[in-house]
Design a protein. Structure first.
Length: 392
C-alpha cells in the first residue's frame, strides 16, 4: 500500500531541542569510542551490535572520521579534533600509497574526512589528500559515455558501468574545481550526473542500482541490481542515494531540471515507506514484511530533503521539511542507540547487504549498525540544530 502525505504527517514531528538531545546522546557514544577508534577505524558494519577495529581499507572508513568531525562541531572538544586529524594523516598515506582505491568511492572516503578537515580547521594535509583523491577519481572518467566507472580496472568491458551511489562522490570533484580553479573536475561531475539521469531513472521514478554503458558507442545499454532484491526493484538505499545525490548536484550546478527530478525520486521514496517510516532494505517489501529494515536509507534521504528544501519554493520546501522531520523522529524513536552497552554504534537496524535470487550479495551486516547510517544520522541531527556548512 502506498504511503500518503497524511500518513507521514500522522507520525509525531520533532523540534530542535529533541534533535539536540539525540545528538548529545550520539556524541557521548562517539566520545566513548575514541579509545578504540582513533588509531584504527570502525568496521563497515557492526557484529552483534559492536564495531570491530580495522585498518583504513574498504569504502566506508571516511564515515567514521566524518562522525568525529560532527562531534567536534557539536562540542568544540579538542579531543575530537585531535582524533580526526590523526585519521586525516592515515587518509593522506592511503591515497599516496594507493591502498584499496581501485574504485570510485573517493568522495565517501575523502569528503567527510579530509575536505571536512580543510573546511573546519584549514588542515593542509587534508586539502592535499582530498585533491589527490579527486585526481584519482578523475582517472576513472570515461569519455565514451561521459561517466565515472564504478568498479574494476578502468576500461574493463565487464565493468563498464556506473552506479547510483556515485552521485555522492561527485561533490569531491565540484570542490576540487572550486579550490584549484580548474573547471575540468566539475565538468566531469556534471557530465556524469547527466549520463546517470539519462539512464538510471525508470519511468515510474524508481532507480536502477547499476547501469551498463556500451564501451564502443558510449550509449546506455541495460540496468541491473547489485544489492537490490531484483533487477526491476527499487533498492531502498539506492533510491536514497538518488534523493541526496540530486540535491547535492543541484547545490553546485543550479540545473533547473534537477528540481523536478528530485521531487519525483523523493516522492517515490516517501510513497513506498511502511507505516512506521523505517524503510525495508528494498521497496519490494512493505508494512508487515519480515524482511530486515535499512535505517541508513532513511537517514540519507532525510539529509537530502533538508538540503534540497533550501532551494525550493515555500510550499514544496515545507512539505519535504515536514516529511524529513517525521522520518528523523522515527529514526530517533525506533533506531537511535541510547545505551553503549547495547551497541557502540549510533543507528540500529541497518542492512549492509541482503542476498536474493537476482543480486550477487551474501548477507552482511543485516539488522546491524553501519558506519554510513551513523554518519547520515548525525548529519541529519546536526542540520536540525544549526545552519550546518556541508563537508560535501
Amino acid at each position: 500500500m502506498a504511503q500518503t502525505l497524511e500518513g507521514i504527517l500522522s507520525y509525531p514531528s520533532m523540534d530542535a531541542g529533541e534533535a539536540k538531545e539525540a545528538l548529545n546522546r550520539a556524541v557521548a557514544i562517539v566520545k566513548e569510542n575514541l579509545g578504540t577508534f582513533t588509531d584504527h577505524f570502525q568496521s563497515s558494519n557492526s557484529f552483534n551490535g559492536f564495531y570491530q577495529p580495522t585498518e583504513n581499507v574498504e569504502w566506508t572508513t571516511g564515515f567514521w572520521t566524518g562522525v568525529i568531525w560532527l562531534a567536534y562541531e557539536a562540542t568544540g572538544n579538542e579531543n575530537f579534533r585531535k582524533a580526526a586529524e590523526i585519521q586525516v594523516e592515515s587518509f593522506l598515506e592511503r591515497i599516496q600509497k594507493k591502498i584499496d582505491v581501485n574504485h570510485h568511492d573517493m568522495g565517501f572516503l575523502f569528503s567527510l574526512s579530509c575536505v571536512a578537515a580543510y573546511k573546519l580547521t584549514g588542515n593542509e594535509h587534508g586539502k592535499k589528500a582530498a585533491l589527490l583523491a579527486a585526481d584519482h577519481l578523475a582517472e576513472r572518467y570515461r569519455e565514451k559515455g561521459k561517466f565515472l566507472q564504478a568498479w574494476g580496472n578502468v576500461g574493463e568491458p565487464r565493468e563498464y558501468r556506473l552506479i547510483i551511489d556515485c552521485l555522492l562522490n561527485l561533490p569531491l570533484l565540484y570542490w576540487a574545481s572550486e579550490v584549484t580553479g580548474e573547471p575540468r573536475y566539475g565538468q566531469m561531475a556534471e557530465n556524469h550526473i547527466r549520463t546517470a539521469m539519462k539512464c538510471i531513472l525508470r519511468p515510474d521514478h524508481s532507480t536502477y542500482h547499476t547501469h551498463f554503458i556500451d564501451i564502443e558507442t558510449g550509449e546506455p545499454t541495460y540496468g541491473v541490481t547489485h544489492q537490490g532484491n531484483r533487477n526491476g526493484s527499487a533498492w531502498a538505499r539506492g533510491q536514497a542515494w538518488g534523493v541526496y545525490g540530486i540535491a547535492l548536484s543541484y547545490r553546485y550546478l543550479k540545473e533547473a531540471s534537477y528540481i523536478d527530478l528530485f521531487c519525483k525520486v523523493t516522492d517515490y521514496f516517501l510513497c513506498h515507506l511502511p507505516e512506521d517510516l523505517i524503510p525495508y532494505w528494498d521497496f519490494d517489501f512493505d508494512t508487515g514484511s519480515t524482511e530486515p529494515r535499512d535505517s541508513s536509507a532513511a537517514a540519507i534521504a532525510v539529509c537530502g530533503m533538508l538540503e534540497m528544501a533550501k532551494y525550493l519554493d515555500e510550499e514544496r520546501a515545507a512539505y519535504y521539511r515536514q516529511a524529513a522531520c517525521r522520518m528523523l523522529r522515527a529514526l530517533i524513536d525506533q533506531c537511535g542507540n541510547r545505551d553503549i552497552r547495547q551497541s557502540n554504534g549510533l543507528l540500529l537496524h541497518g542492512t549492509y547487504a541482503r542476498d536474493s535470487k537476482e543480486n550477487t550479495c551474501a548477507n552482511r551486516g543485516v539488522d546491524e549498525c553501519n558506519t554510513w547510517g551513523d554518519y547520515f544520522y548525525m548529519e541529519a541531527l546536526t542540520r536540525m540544530v544549526k545552519d550546518w556548512k556541508l563537508y560535501w
